[in-house]
Design a protein around this ligand. Sequence first.
Ligand code: ADP
Ligand code: MG
Length: 347
Amino acid sequence: MGLAALIPGDIDCGGLRLSSLELAAVTKAYGDAIAVNCIDHIFRSGTYSCLLGPSGCGKSSTLRMIAGHELATEGDIILGGRNITDLPPAQRGTAMMFQSYALFPHLSVVDNVAFSLKMKGVDKPTRRTRAMELLELVDMTGFSDRLPSQLSGGQQQRVALARALITEPEMLLLDEPLSALDPFLRIRMRLELKKLQRELGISFIHVTHSQDEALALADDIVVMNKAVIEQSGPPQEVFNKPRSEFVARFIGGHNVIEGPAGLMAVRMDRVSLTPQRAGEAPEFAAVVRDIEFLGTTVNVALEAAAAKELVAAIPDSVFFRTPIQIGEAVSLSWDPSDAHLLAAPAA
Ligand code: ADP
Ligand code: MG
């Protein structure tokens, strides 16, 4: 019996049917290659989840199995108490927005959005009305008669969103939806996606390799590495208590230091520096290798016996009070509560 049996699959929330999604021992093999290796996870209903990990770790394969565009080799996928593992995509209650948006180039914006209703045999006036409502939701009402080629990347993305949402999914699946946008637009669309999820109250699962994106967007982050889930939890928990060296390095902002009890993680912005005085034998000595001014902080790259690469992120006001030079010997310190042990990597 899966974990889903232990939690309520369907939560009635003011008439809205909200459904959690459970992956139970889900595996995807392509021939001999295991892309997803027996993963278990519950995506809570009505939440924004980010599947985060480096390229090739199995994020898209996981999403495609949830969408039904790829069959699970083993395991079960349960949405709102329904086993959807082998259902065709249209019968799952999920909708997918692809990385390339995949709009039909020869159809107008409104016809693109209405397409799935046409397939279902909904009459033209009804599907156009509904499509216009969805275009209003994504702020694209004025563009209904254009062709996709007459839209910017951000506008195409809104249309793709409207097209996915017209099927009234319980869960929206997004594979790297922001990666084709320039950095400025990416941050704006990120806010809009989050707002849309809050307004609709349905679950979003968003695949990304960007830790910033995941931290900014997610209620829950699921960190994947080499076909397995390394850690999952709210952003603050994953950021403040990375469980493994992989998560500490991938989520960023941490130093990984060899200590007496094993590897430990220390947040870069919790490390303080003081110049070494002659005759002093500091507990943690290091040499300054590089200094980078990043605006609000100055990142000081250091070399020490316990770690070849260390960074102290010093607030600019603190750094410039007593600037430190490249080549200088310094003494490092941090509050013990800002360091925590990392789990040894699985054999
Ligand atoms: P991610 O989205 O995290 O980059 P993918 O799920 O796309 O990762 O891929 C995981 C692994 O599975 C990779 O090694 C990739 O090369 C492989 N893979 C993905 N799709 C296929 C496929 N259709 N056939 C064979 N191998 C695939
Ligand atoms: Mg991918």
